[in-house]
Write a protein that binds this ligand. Structure first.
Ligand code: PLP
Length: 426
C-alpha cells in the first residue's frame, strides 16, 4: 500500500464517508494534500494539480503567498490568540469599513456560517420580528436557517421552504420564506405580503454562479427599504473577489448588513458581519439584560493570526491593476471553456463572472435555481471527475480563479477542458 493509500484508509475509518464534509473528489479519485503553492497543489504521491478550488475561495492570491506567510510568521511569535482587542484585528476592521460601502461597524466570527447566522440574529433584534426571506438556491452556510431550499430536488410553490438537511427543527421551516432569484415581481410580492413578519431578506447578490439580472438587486433593495426590512448581502464568496468593495461595489447596490469570509482572512478561519451602527449597536454589551441585546461571542473571534493574514491579503489586492489581471485571467478561462463546449456541440452554459464561474450542462439560460435543475447532472459529475483525473481541481459547482494562475496554467487547463468535453460529447 502506498503512503497515500494508507492515509486514505485511515481517513475512511475516521471520517464519515472518509471526507471532511466539504468536498468530494469522486470514488477512486480521493487524494491527500501534501502541500500547495501558488496555483498548484501536490498530493502525498507527488502528483501536481492545478487548483481552481482554492480552499473553496479564500486563496485569491494563491497558496503560501510570501506576503501572507511572512505576516503570519511574524505574528506567531507574538501569540496566536488572546480573545482581547489587538492591533491587527482593529486594523482589519478599519480596512473593511474603508472598503465596504455598507460597513460602519464590524463583528468578527470564525466562519462564514456564523457570520450569516449573527447577521440574521442582529436583524431580528433590530426589527423585533422573526422570519427571514432567502432565495431558492442561495447558500448561506450550514446553520438551521440557512439550509432551507438551497438545493431542493422537487421545489415547492413559493414561499414555502424545504429543509436541505436532517436534524433541522420542524418549527424553523415556517420561519424561512423562499423567493425566486432574478424574479423581481414574485420576490417583491412576497416581501410586500409578509413584510410585517420579516426580520431580514438575505441574498447572495451573485447567487452561486448566476449573475443578477439588470434591475433585480436594485428592485430587492427598493422593496426592502420600502418596508424597513434589513437587506443582508452574503458576500462570503463575492467579498474582495468581484471587487475590493465586494458585490455591493461591483453591482452598485448597497445592503444594510453584509457577511464576509473566505478572501477576508487569506486562508485562516475568520469571517465578519458589517453594517450600520444603528443595527450593529444591538451587539453592544451595554444592552446586556435587555431584549435588545444580541449575544455574539466566540473563543477565536478577533484572532490576530487570521487578522494579519487578512491584512496582508488585502494589501496585495490594493495594488494597482490587480482586479484587471484577475478578470483577464478568469475571462480567458471562461471564454475558452465556453468555446470548447461549442466546438464539441454540447448543450452547455458557462455561467458567471470572470473571478468565479462554472459550466452547466443545459440548453436553458441559467437565470435561477430551477434552470439549474434542467442540467445534466451526470455530465457535471463526469466533468468534475475527469478534471481530477487530468490533474485539475475545481469545486463541485464552481471554478475559482486566483491571481497566481498564469497564462501557462490557463493554457494547460483549456487543453484539459477540451479533452474532457470531447469525451463527454462522444
Ligand atoms: C455564499 C456563502 N455563504 C456562506 C458560506 C459559509 O461559509 P463557511 O464555510 O466559512 O461557514 C459559504 C461557504 O462556501 C458561501 O459560499
Amino acid at each position: 500500500m502506498s503512503d497515500q493509500q494508507a492515509l486514505l484508509a485511515r481517513a475512511s475509518r475516521l471520517f464519515p464517508g472518509g471526507v471532511l464534509g466539504s468536498h468530494r473528489s469522486g470514488t477512486g479519485l480521493e487524494f491527500v494534500v501534501r502541500e500547495a503553492r501558488g496555483a498548484h497543489l501536490w498530493d502525498v504521491a507527488g502528483r501536481r494539480y492545478i487548483d481552481y478550488l482554492l480552499g473553496s475561495g479564500p486563496m485569491l492570491l494563491g497558496h503560501a503567498h510570501p506576503a501572507v506567510v511572512e505576516a503570519v510568521e511574524r505574528q506567531l511569535g507574538r501569540g496566536t490568540t488572546y480573545m482581547l482587542l489587538n492591533e491587527p484585528i482593529i486594523e482589519l476592521a478599519e480596512e473593511i469599513v474603508r472598503a465596504v460601502p455598507c460597513a460602519e461597524q464590524v463583528r468578527f466570527t470564525s466562519s462564514g456560517s456564523e457570520a450569516t447566522f449573527f447577521a440574521l440574529r442582529v436583524a431580528r433584534a433590530y426589527r423585533g420580528r422573526d422570519k427571514i426571506l432567502k432565495f431558492e438556491g442561495g447558500f448561506h452556510g450550514t446553520h438551521d436557517y440557512a439550509l432551507m431550499s438551497v438545493s431542493p430536488r422537487t421545489p415547492k410553490a413559493f414561499p414555502a421552504a424545504t429543509p436541505d438537511s436532517g436534524g433541522i427543527p420542524h418549527a424553523l421551516q415556517g420561519e424561512v420564506l423562499i423567493a425566486p432569484y432574478n424574479d423581481l415581481a414574485t420576490a417583491e410580492a412576497i416581501i410586500d405580503a409578509h413584510h410585517d413578519e420579516l426580520a431580514a431578506v438575505i441574498i447572495e447578490p451573485y447567487q452561486r454562479v448566476i449573475v443578477p439580472a439588470p434591475g433585480f438587486l436594485t428592485g430587492v433593495r427598493t422593496a426592502t427599504r420600502r418596508h424597513g426590512v434589513p437587506l443582508v448581502f452574503d458576500e462570503i464568496v463575492t467579498g474582495f473577489r468581484l471587487a475590493y468593495g465586494g458585490a455591493q461595489e461591483y453591482y452598485g447596490v448597497v445592503p444594510d448588513l453584509a457577511a464576509f469570509g473566505k478572501v477576508l482572512a487569506g486562508g485562516f478561519p475568520l469571517a465578519a458581519v458589517a453594517g450600520p451602527a444603528e443595527i450593529m449597536r444591538h451587539l453592544d454589551a451595554a444592552l446586556e439584560g435587555t431584549p435588545q441585546y444580541v449575544w455574539q461571542a466566540g473563543t477565536l473571534n478577533g484572532n490576530p493570526v487570521a487578522a494579519v493574514a487578512g491584512l496582508a491579503t488585502l494589501a496585495e489586492l490594493r495594488r494597482p491593476g490587480t482586479y484587471e489581471r484577475l478578470f483577464r485571467t478568469g475571462a480567458r478561462l471562461r471564454e475558452g471553456l465556453a468555446a470548447a463546449a461549442r466546438r464539441h456541440g454540447l448543450a452547455a452554459q458557462v455561467s458567471g463572472e470572470a473571478p468565479v464561474f462554472d459550466i452547466i450542462f443545459t440548453d436553458h439560460e441559467v437565470v435561477d435555481y430551477r434552470a439549474t435543475l434542467t442540467a445534466d447532472r451526470d455530465r457535471i459529475r463526469r466533468f468534475n471527475e475527469e478534471c481530477v483525473r487530468h490533474g485539475v481541481i475545481k469545486a463541485a459547482n464552481k471554478i475559482y480563479v486566483s491571481l497566481a494562475h498564469t497564462d501557462a496554467d490557463v493554457d494547460e487547463t483549456l487543453e484539459v477542458f477540451d479533452r474532457i468535453l470531447a469525451g463527454i460529447a462522444r
